[in-house]
Ligand binder design. Structure first.
Ligand code: GTP
Length: 232
């Protein structure tokens, strides 16, 4: 799988991207047996450089945040994560893409295999928010028609530096028919919820009986946010 990386440091059995150790990308044979291949879902993180894609994934996977100097992702890498949705194990294969323009053609090549996309902007960066429309049209052009999309306004902990109002994020998401929440890779706010909502939607899509009511990601996200009493 290391071919998928333009530049990557191979560490003992694992993979290192941006100095952060990712879990072994290839599934172990034993682990693979446990999973119905149909239940492995490709999810891609996209958005401008610096919005916090790698940090979000590290927070979800390792419950860690590494503050300090920013090192842009080069190429693309992935992390496997198993989550439990109502007693069913769902495997998310989460691809962390490079936000820099020069890597866009690589990112695009991964869209068509993606079942879900987490599209991030940084609430302290107006330009990252303004670019969301362009990201969405690119996604519509290259990804599958039924891809699950969630818009995330990251760095919600940075209240002093906020440049994008939550209402504006909500409106944009609504206009494009996608789910929305604000997250913080730093504090962990809504990080688990975002990935769990995606996993639940993907699982429901797959196991749904034609007579069951259709799962609505946006409604589910809203309900969960209310339950947790969270604003984001
Ligand atoms: N305060 C705060 N800082 C964050 C958060 N998420 C990421 N950062 C910081 O933002 C910078 C960029 O984060 P990355 O995760 O590397 O961004 P990226 O989107 O992966 O960037 P590319 O790899 O270039 O596409 C780093 O300095 C992080 O520490 C957050 O939720 N809150």
């Amino acid at each position: 799988m290391s071919d998928h990386y333009i530049k990557m440091v191979q560490g003992g059995g694992g993979m290192i991207v941006n100095g952060i150790s990712h879990k072994e990308g290839m599934m172990e044979e034993e682990e693979e047996k446990e999973f119905d291949q149909q239940m492995i879902h490709k999810t891609i993180l996209v958005g401008d450089s610096g919005v916090g894609k790698t940090s979000l994934l590290v927070q979800f996977d390792q419950h860690k945040f590494q503050p300090g100097s920013f090192s842009a992702t080069v190429g693309i890498g992935f992390t496997n994560k198993v989550v439990d949705v109502d007693g069913t194990k769902v495997k998310l294969q989460i691809w962390d893409t490079a936000g820099q323009e020069r890597f866009r053609s690589i990112t695009r090549a991964y869209y068509r295999d993606a079942q879900a996309l987490l599209l991030l902007y940084d609430i302290t960066s107006k330009s990252s928010f303004d670019n969301i429309r362009a990201w969405l049209s690119e996604i519509r052009e290259y990804a599958q028609d039924d891809v699950v999309i969630m818009l995330l306004g990251n760095k919600a902990d940075s209240t002093q530096e906020r440049r994008v109002r939550r209402e504006d994020g909500e409106k944009l998401a609504k206009d494009h028919g996608v789910a929305f929440m604000e997250t913080s890779a730093k504090t962990g706010m809504n990080v688990e919820l975002a990935f769990m909502a995606i996993a639940r939607d993907l699982k429901n899509k797959q196991t749904r009986n034609p007579n069951d009511p259709k799962f609505c990601l946006e409604e589910y996200v809203d309900q969960e946010k209310q339950k947790s009493g969270c604003c984001g």
